[in-house]
Design a protein around this ligand. Structure first.
Ligand code: PRP
Ligand code: URA
Length: 215
């Protein structure tokens, strides 16, 4: 995993399989079915790295031969929080890796003119202060949606929050870090910039539309 000095909260996952799959995801000719499968697979592979800092606790285990000491992830179940809609595409892949995880939901969409987030839904487990949260969204563009999602989670009591995306723009990483410097951000690529409509360049287009075939 790489870090960039200008972006202290950011880790970039350079695993060859992730980079290979991300390139197919970017391709405008990739159909909805394959796009969905790739988002799912990349999210799972990224979650493997993004969970490497979780705390463990020692537990006794009886092997067929003798009692031993093993390890388990400590604390309450992890909570995945997809930002609707596109974040939904990342949930199933991560659940294959962490099947016991809880799933909250944050509904936000970007106003087409102002590019600012408009929120319409929020539901996470009530004991938020005791859980590790992974906010999921394939795209970190202006950072407005990500920052608003984290603000809502903190208002609900969450203190341990990580943000997982596939493609990030420098503008979004900076905005999220300024609003929430305590939130580590994981991405598969730090792209060049935003265009005048707030789309990431080179990016992969509108993630929600490509995932759900609503273009
Ligand atoms: C996209 C994307 C993020 C947001 C990123 O969602 O999935 O949530 O834009 O942009 P930002 O960093 O500038 O806030 P969109 O608002 O298009 O909603 P959708 O998932 O319902 O299509
Ligand atoms: N949302 C997307 O889905 N794609 C972008 O490039 C920017 C915001």
């Amino acid at each position: 995993m790489d870090t960039a000095p200008a972006f202290p909260t950011l880790s970039i996952t350079r695993h060859p399989l992730i980079q290979h799959k991300l390139t197919i995801l970017r391709d405008r000719r990739t159909p909805t079915k394959i796009f969905k499968e790739l988002v799912d697979e990349i999210a799972m592979l990224m979650a493997y790295e993004a969970t490497s800092g979780l705390q463990l606790e020692a537990v006794p285990v009886e092997t067929p031969l003798e009692p031993a000491t093993g390890w388990q992830v400590s604390g309450k179940k992890l909570t995945l929080v997809p930002i609707l809609r596109a974040g939904l595409g990342m949930v199933e892949g991560i659940l294959r890796l962490v099947p016991g995880a809880r799933v909250g939901h944050i509904g936000l969409y970007r106003d087409h003119d102002t590019l600012e987030p408009v929120d319409y839904y929020f539901k996470v487990p009530s004991d938020a202060a005791e859980r590790d949260f992974f906010v999921l969204d394939p795209m970190l563009a202006t950072g407005g949606s990500a920052a608003a999602a984290v603000t809502s989670l903190k208002r609900a009591g969450a203190t341990r929050i990580r943000f997982l995306c596939l493609v990030a723009a420098p503008e979004g990483v900076r905005r999220l870090a300024k609003a929430h410097p305590d939130v580590p951000v994981y991405c598969a690529s730090l792209d060049r910039e935003l265009n005048t409509h707030g789309y990431i360049l080179p990016g992969l287009g509108d993630a929600g539309d490509r995932l759900f075939g609503t273009r």
